[in-house]
Structure formats: structure tokens, C-alpha cells
Design a protein around this ligand. Structure first.
Ligand SMILES: Cc1ncc(COP(=O)(O)O)c(C=O)c1O
Length: 415
């Protein structure tokens, strides 16, 4: 399809191709009304229902919902620090992670008193490079100070979890997957988020399964899940997700004891509880997960087919039916005549939103300037992507004519 420049001008005034979107359908309205009718909006049965359904979807035994992906990371890392089964994981111990991620990953590591150690990424999948992790661990003289590997499945691309888990076993490290951007992605037929001791997700608005704001930590480990239920609720001793005491019945604490377990706290925790509305939206989105997954893949496939002619200038996202695409990432190639700034400005002028691919946290995020000297020049792939990569939307609300329009605009800008 080709549009005349007049038609493009006319359409672009109205068209807005957003990076992410959330449209309230009759199911979402019904879900919200169900919460209103139930008469309780703070954390309760809908949150439990979401936890059960999402654990089934990812194929872990447990899920604990919290109010964001950031709080999921903080709760997961705090639980590992608290749990005496992991004596190496303590404040000041080192967490191997990726420099190319949304800053929340690194903020959570630092805020829980751990020290991030950055390893470069693969330039095509943006995933941390296992061989570089191993080289790093072989070269340091304090491997005993390393406690966790925290890989991020960026844009839906799964990291090489077999290799990461092998290295973790060899060096006695715990793995926590940041799967915030990979709802439903598969690694060797298993969903990301089910491939390590702990994993986290975010259900922020632009993500594939969205709830406005919400996060979750997943695990098969009973002890960790109970600890995390406490940590998200100011450390109260009872960790039931739905309290039965208002019905005069508590299976864990005898009613005649002179204390109320909801107000007795045996660990120091946060308030990261979730509202029923968010969980209700999460449940209704989860029912559409497979459709969302396929719709996004079809959009990526179409864009790849029609933008391939620009492969001298643009590195397009690798396509695989195993990937649940968060967005459509593009890297400007080294010898391209176009800059990222130029391309993003032109796209924006034509109604197509974009975002930079987060930046290389230790060298390109001002909050981490204190690490710049140590890392500058040492992670060429992450630094290159941080300066030259960006993404546009490929979400499920974009129709065929939207995607065709995106191609037309690229044609207009690049040919
Ligand atoms: C990789 C990654 N980790 C963590 C988070 C934090 O999630 P939230 O925004 O829900 O706090 C995000 C959010 O986009 C993310 O992309």
C-alpha cells in the first residue's frame, strides 16, 4: 500500500501510534463493577484469584502480587536477604546483572543494599552474555562476594537460562529473573519467569498483560512465598492472602489468644499491597493473553517484512514465535546516514510515538554517575544500544491500517 504525501499529512494529524495502550472493553468494565459490587476495594479475593491464574499461566507453584514490578524486585531481593538458607546473600554482596534495562532493575538492587555488577549484552537480543558472566567470575579475586545473577528478558527476548543456571550452580549463586517485559515468552518450551528460583513481572500499562500498575513475584518455594507475603504487608505474622478472621475462623492462630496476628509483625516489611481493581483488570487481561501474544507477533512480522528494505540502516528485531513482544525495537546501524534523534523526531512529527531503549544504566543514567568512571567503554554493546536503539509500539490495539501507516511513514522518511 502507498499513500500520497497529502493523504499522509491528513491521516497523521489524526493518527497516534502509541508505544502502549489500554482500552477498557466491556470485560474490563464488568471486572471493575464486580469489585464495586463485592464491596471491598483493598486487597482481597480478586488479588488471590489473579495470583492463582498467573501462577498457572507461568507454570510456577506460587505467585504473590504486589503494587508494581519495582516493588516485586524489592520484595524478592529482600526475601533472599532475610532467608537464612542463603547466607551469601547479604547487604553489600554482589549481583550480576545487565546494564541495558529499565532503571527499576538496578534501583531495586541498590535500594536493598546489594551491589550491582554489570556484564555486557548481546547486540541482537539485548540479553546478558553468559560467557562474559563466566569470564568475569573467573577473573575476580572475590567470587565468594557474589550472591545473585539477575538477568532481564528485555523486550520479550529470553536470556540463555540454561547457561545462566549452569554458571549459577557452579559459583553457588541464586538466579532471579526480571521478566517484567516478557509475559508469555518461551525458552525451550517453558515460560520465562519459571526458569529460576524467583522471578518478577510488571503489569504496568504498556506491558503485554496490563493492570495499570501492579507487579508479581513467582516461585515454587513455599518458604520464600510466605516470607514475601509478610514483607509486602509490613511484616505481619499472618500471611494469608484472604483473611478468614472476619468470619470468626482462623486456621493458624487460635481465636482466644490475646493477640491479633494482623497487628503483630515479625519481620520489617513494606506496604506493597494491591487494590482489587488492579487484580480484576489483570484477571480480565490474562484471559486474552494468547490473543495479545499472537497479535503483537503478527504486527512484528508485518513490520519486519516491510521494513527489511532498510536493513542497511536499521537493525530490525529478530523474529521468533517464542517471543512475546513488548514493543518493536530498532537499532540504528553504525554507518547509517540517519541518527536516532532525526528518525525519532520525524516519526513523532507523523504521529508515531517512540522511546529510547532505556540507556546503559551505569554510564548513561545520571543517577548512576558514580559508576561511570568504572564502566565507561567496558560495555560497548549496551552503550551502543543505549545511544542508538529505540522502540515503537506493536501492541494489540494497533489495526492493520495502523501498521500499514507505520510502514508508509518509514517509506516517507527513509526512501
Ligand atoms: C525490565 C523491567 N524491570 C522492572 C520494571 C519495573 O516495573 P514497574 O514499572 O511496574 O515498577 C520494569 C517496568 O517497566 C521493567 O521494564
Amino acid at each position: 500500500m502507498t499513500l500520497s504525501s497529502d493523504t499522509i499529512k491528513e491521516v497523521s494529524v489524526k493518527k497516534r501510534i502509541s508505544v502502549g495502550d489500554f482500552q477498557i472493553s466491556t470485560e474490563e468494565r464488568a471486572a471493575i463493577n464486580e469489585v464495586l459490587d463485592a464491596g471491598r476495594i483493598s486487597e482481597w479475593k480478586k488479588v488471590s484469584e489473579f495470583e492463582r491464574l498467573f501462577a498457572d499461566y507461568i507454570n510456577t507453584k506460587h505467585c504473590v502480587a504486589v503494587h508494581s514490578g519495582t516493588s516485586a524486585l524489592i520484595v524478592g531481593l529482600s526475601a533472599l536477604i532475610y532467608d537464612s538458607r542463603f547466607p551469601k546473600i547479604k547487604k553489600g554482596s554482589k549481583v550480576i546483572t545487565t546494564p541495558l534495562t529499565y532503571v527499576a532493575t538496578i534501583n531495586a538492587i541498590v535500594l536493598t543494599g546489594l551491589e550491582p555488577v554489570f556484564i555486557d549484552v548481546d547486540p541482537y537480543s539485548f540479553s546478558i552474555l553468559p560467557q562474559k558472566i563466566e569470564e568475569h567470575l573467573r577473573s575476580v579475586n572475590d567470587p565468594e562476594n557474589y550472591s545473585i545473577i539477575l538477568p532481564v528478558h528485555l523486550m520479550g527476548y529470553s536470556c540463555d537460562m540454561d547457561e545462566i543456571n549452569r554458571i549459577a550452580r557452579k559459583y553457588d549463586l541464586v538466579v532471579l529473573e526480571d521478566s517484567a517485559q516478557a509475559h508469555g515468552s518461551l525458552y525451550k518450551r517453558q515460560r520465562t519467569g519459571s526458569l529460576s528460583l524467583l522471578s518478577i513481572f510488571s503489569f504496568y500499562i504498556a506491558h503485554n498483560i496490563q493492570a495499570g500498575e501492579m507487579g508479581a513475584v513467582m516461585t515454587d518455594d513455599e518458604k520464600l512465598i510466605n516470607l514475601m507475603r509478610k514483607l509486602k504487608a509490613n511484616g505481619r505474622v499472618c500471611d494469608c492472602s484472604v483473611c478468614t478472621r472476619p468470619n470468626g475462623y482462623c486456621p493458624y492462630f487460635p481465636q482466644d489468644d490475646d493477640f491479633d496476628p494482623r497487628f503483630v509483625h515479625d519481620v520489617i516489611g513494606y506496604n506493597f499491597k494491591v487494590m482489587e481493581f488492579e487484580a480484576a483488570l489483570g484477571v480480565s487481561q490474562l484471559k486474552k493473553a494468547d490473543l495479545i501474544f499472537v497479535k503483537r507477533q503478527n504486527n512484528v512480522r508485518y513490520l519486519n517484512e516491510h521494513l527489511d528494505k532498510y536493513s542497511d540502516d536499521l537493525q530490525l528485531p529478530a523474529f521468533s514465535e517464542n517471543i512475546s513482544y513488548l514493543a518493536y525495537p530498532i537499532v540504528i546501524k553504525e554507518h547509517s546516514k540517519y541518527s536516532r534523534k532525526y528518525l525519532r523526531e520525524e516519526l513523532e512529527r507523523n504521529g508515531i510515538e517512540s522511546r529510547p531503549l532505556f540507556g546503559c544504566v551505569p554510564t548513561q543514567q545520571p543517577a548512576y554517575n558514580y559508576l561511570k568512571g568504572e564502566y565507561e567503554g567496558k560495555m560497548p554493546n549496551a552503550e551502543y544500544a543505549g545511544k542508538n536503539a529505540f522502540y515503537i509500539g506493536c501492541h494489540q490495539y494497533l489495526h492493520k491500517d495502523d501498521i500499514e501507516y507505520v510502514v508508509c511513514i518509514f517509506d516517507k522518511i527513509l526512501s
